[in-house]
Design a binder for this molecule. Structure first.
Ligand code: PRP
Length: 172
């Protein structure tokens, strides 16, 4: 596929996911985590991250959609599927594949905090800090990334490329 250039290959991703798992396991030692993956993009990262955790874990997913141009965030967030698990009093780890403008993350944090968790932290594999439009902090970031449209390891372009094992730049 000529228009794809590998940015983080599967070995680099696996190495970083293992590091994040060790760090989270140490930080949350003695506590039980409710891991909340954000569909669709975070399904692969969530699956790998939970297997790197040495903690008692429950996994749930939330699905949101944001209306945007094909490669450009616009910020209108819509809840498509809420959590099945109760949130009150639990330690939540929100898992994202990428934080870009920060609008999705801000919306999700407000939505989850309204249900009064004991704590809420965010783990994002990719953190595109330069593009932030609203303040949205990531507590555990896999890789900081700059410009460019990324696909693979859960990230899509028009629904395609999510299955790629590496994270790639899509050249258009
Ligand atoms: C992506 C990603 C985040 C969001 C980040 O999801 O998974 O949820 O965009 O962008 P933001 O910081 O500008 O809000 P997307 O809406 O592309 O849907 P998907 O998870 O189904 O790919």
């Amino acid at each position: 596929m000529a228009n794809l250039e590998v940015l983080f290959d599967r070995a680099a991703i696996a190495h970083r996911v293992a590091e994040l798992g060790r760090q989270l396991s140490a930080d949350y030692a003695g506590r039980e985590l409710l891991v909340v993956g954000v569909l669709n993009g975070a399904f692969i990262f969530t699956a790998d991250l939970v297997r790197a955790l040495d903690l008692p874990v429950t996994v749930d997913f939330i699905r949101v959609a944001s209306y945007r141009e094909a490669t450009c965030s616009s910020g209108q967030i819509c809840l498509r599927q809420d959590l099945a698990e109760p949130v009150a009093g639990r330690h939540l780890l929100l898992v994202e594949d990428i934080v870009d403008t920060g609008r999705t993350l801000t919306w999700l944090k407000n939505h989850l905090l309204a249900h009064q968790p004991a704590s809420l932290q965010v783990c994002a594999l990719l953190d595109k800090r330069e593009r932030r439009e609203v303040a949205a902090s990531v507590d555990y970031a896999g890789f900081p990334v700059a410009e460019g449209f990324l696909v693979g390891y859960g990230l899509d372009y028009c629904g395609r490329y999510r299955q790629l094992p590496d994270i790639c730049h899509l050249r258009q």
